[in-house]
Design a protein around this ligand. Sequence first.
Ligand code: SF4
Length: 353
Amino acid sequence: MDSFPWHRPGALLVRAVNWLGDAVLTTPALGALRAACPQARITVVAKPLVAELLRHHPDIDEIVVYDKDGRHAAALGMLRMAGELRRRGFDSALLLQNAIEAALLAFLAGIPERMGYATDARRMLLSRPVAVTEEILSLHHAEYYLRLLSLLGAPRPERPRLALRVTEDEMASMRSRLAALGVPEGRKVVGVNPGATFGSAKRWFPDRFAEVADTLSEEWDMSVVLMGSVPEMPLSAEIEAAMGRKPVNLAGRTTVRELMALLASCSFLVTNDSGPMHIGAAFGVPIAAIFGPTDWDKTSPWTDKARVVRVDVDCSPCRLRECDRGHECMLGITAEMVIAAAREFMADAGGVP
Ligand code: SF4
């Protein structure tokens, strides 16, 4: 396959992936894309939550919201979206999302160059299909997206990295909010993220999170802030009730942008494998990441500031939403193991951040 003519500036559409964590892992590829065609106008089409995540991203000129639960719902909604994109006259489309629907959308939008992995029986809809090999499937997800760009001829950046952006105003607003809740400016924060949208199999246990939060916050003299989505509020309430120290509980009380500012404010994060874990990694937050049923080698935080805590069990990775075998992959991870990983990281990093 010929390389894409990256030197020719034009209007380039990027179809983003649909999950927050995966979207963070595509940001090194977005950096490679921008470096390959600095003059291009890059527009990202994304679901509402991912659009929020990528707002203010330095490598993106514009974001178009694809609201598949609203005005772009069902087949008629997709046609409406295709019409909106057609009117914008894109020259090329890079499909980070692997579904056939992403290729169909670009095709219906009349975009002449349609590039992406040849997955989901969509090869015929792509002008530059990239074959997926076993080796590519074995890559960490951040490398998987970077590889797509390099196979299309875009040079790999010397030091690819995750990148998200929060504004000064957003950070200041979070600082004021935390101050009003008893965490004065300058006070360090241990973030605790006990949820995982995919399902309960990925979730460690509230009493263990509570023990870790109590121990680390006392040892490091930090405040604890609990975070999560609305459905995860009961988990945070359980942790709050089990803790000896009083945390700030913001679970269910943040937008995506506020969650980003909160994570960027943390000096350490204890988390399950989840979207917030990757957001924290993008902001360079040191992380103890608890992994059970998922592929830690493909979806671990893509940073050298993280320690993955896991145990070997025969059935992992199962990628199940709910465990049907006794949840040994999580039960085997003790609070002491997570505390030890956090202490070890801090010792390696030269002390408390
Ligand atoms: S089946 Fe195994 S890997 Fe999957 S959640 Fe249960 S214990 Fe964990």
